[in-house]
Design a protein. Structure first.
Length: 392
């Protein structure tokens, strides 16, 4: 890829509990208009658009973007489970960096229902059949709690066994994340929690995964304008953030050997390696991270997959406070999925928005001082992991 890809403008709406939200097309329109305004361009200058969501009929992207304008551009709808937003960003970056277009729009949105995630298609094979089958073989049964809590809970138990770790690390991550959210006006949950509250909340997967270690479903939208360096210069965009490297990986045939790999540890390592190589930087250069903490065990596992610490060293990272302000790197200053919620199609794009705000010095009370390099991790079971490096 010969062209630099620049995030020229971003925007998002505050996420809301299901039933307290606007319709998906209204939320998406608001996020897009904010991103266009931030970039200082008109919608007529966008040459392609990528719309990510997983709950909705086909061409919801067109429904949402027609509210902004009907300009005959290609609109590609993206459904890649929980990594849909960053997959859309991956495609937009490819289009710009490959010289196919000079300006692309990414919008992610989701209008969710209350309660645990479930399938919409029970009359055909589920993409999770293989995952649940392998979990059962590994001795981690998938129970009535549903596939997501069981699979990520099993990944956490696998980590504890392998490294003889204390399960309170999962609770400490939740406490850290909620403390970050207190300073984020876009977070849904901003009340602090104690370690005791997290550890004694109802167990959703035996023996250690509790309710306060799981993110809630929410509704929301986020958008980003991705353009070439020449486009940015011609339009006087001087606050752009460069996508310095980006890697995407799916499962490998040897992913089935452990519960941690079944929840994306190996995919994360592969995607991160590509992103670091493209950027010419490593985890030691990163100042701020937004990673996919749908369950706190996944955040713990991801620290090591991204190289933020060595294998088996997540406990030390957490106990030393090296995952928060004053430590080596600030992880999920937004409060993450745990505090903002997880409107699936919007999540990856919202991570991009948050990181761009930090690199531009616009994150207000939660600003990571001196941030110049940021790292994004977005994971979807089934499976896909996208890791993105940003720099100014």
């Amino acid at each position: 890829m010969s062209e630099k890809a620049i995030v020229a403008g971003v925007g998002m709406v505050k996420f809301a509990k299901p039933g307290q939200n606007e319709d998906y097309d209204v939320m998406a329109e608001k996020a897009v208009r904010l991103a266009l305004k931030d970039a200082g361009i008109e919608y007529s200058e966008v040459q392609q658009a990528y719309a990510s969501y997983i709950y909705g009929d086909s061409t919801c992207g067109q429904k949402a973007l027609y509210r902004v304008g009907e300009t005959a551009i290609p609109i590609i709808n993206v459904n890649n489970n929980c990594s849909s937003g960053s997959t859309a960003l991956f495609l937009a970056r490819q289009a710009v960096a490959g010289g196919m277009v000079e300006c692309a729009l990414v919008v992610g949105f989701e209008q969710m229902r209350p309660g645990a995630l479930g399938t919409s298609w029970d009359d055909r094979p589920s993409p999770f059949e293989d995952f649940t089958g392998h979990m059962n073989k590994l001795g981690y049964p998938v129970t009535q709690a549903g596939p997501a809590p069981c699979v990520f809970g099993a990944g956490g138990m696998d980590y504890l066994k392998k490294y003889d770790a204390n399960p309170d690390i999962f609770g400490k991550v939740a406490v850290k994340t909620r403390n970050h959210a207190m300073k984020n006006p876009y977070a849904l949950f901003t009340k602090p929690m104690t370690l005791e509250e997290v550890m004694t909340s109802p167990v959703i997967y035996e023996p250690h995964l509790t309710r306060f270690m799981a993110c809630p479903p929410t509704c929301g939208a986020a958008a980003a304008i991705v353009c070439s360096e020449d486009f940015a210069k011609r339009h006087g965009i001087n606050h752009g953030v460069e996508i310095a490297g980006q890697g995407m990986a799916t499962d490998h045939s040897d992913s089935w050997d452990s519960a941690m790999n079944l929840v994306g540890a190996q995919m994360t390592r592969r995607a991160a390696a590509v992103a670091y190589e493209q950027a010419g930087m490593g985890p030691e250069d990163v100042n701020v991270v937004e990673l996919h903490d749908c369950f706190t065990p996944n955040e713990v596992i991801t620290y090591e997959g991204l190289g933020l610490c060595g294998e088996g060293e997540a406990s030390k990272l957490i106990n030393d406070g090296d995952n928060t302000y004053g430590g080596r790197v600030v992880v999920n200053p937004s409060g993450g999925l745990m505090s903002k919620g997880h409107p699936i199609g919007a999540t990856g794009v919202a991570q991009c928005v948050e990181l761009c705000w930090h690199l531009r010095g616009m994150a207000e009370d939660r600003q990571v001082e001196g941030a110049r390099v940021a790292l994004q991790h977005n994971l979807g079971l089934g499976g896909a992991a996208v890791v993105t490096m940003y720099k100014i």
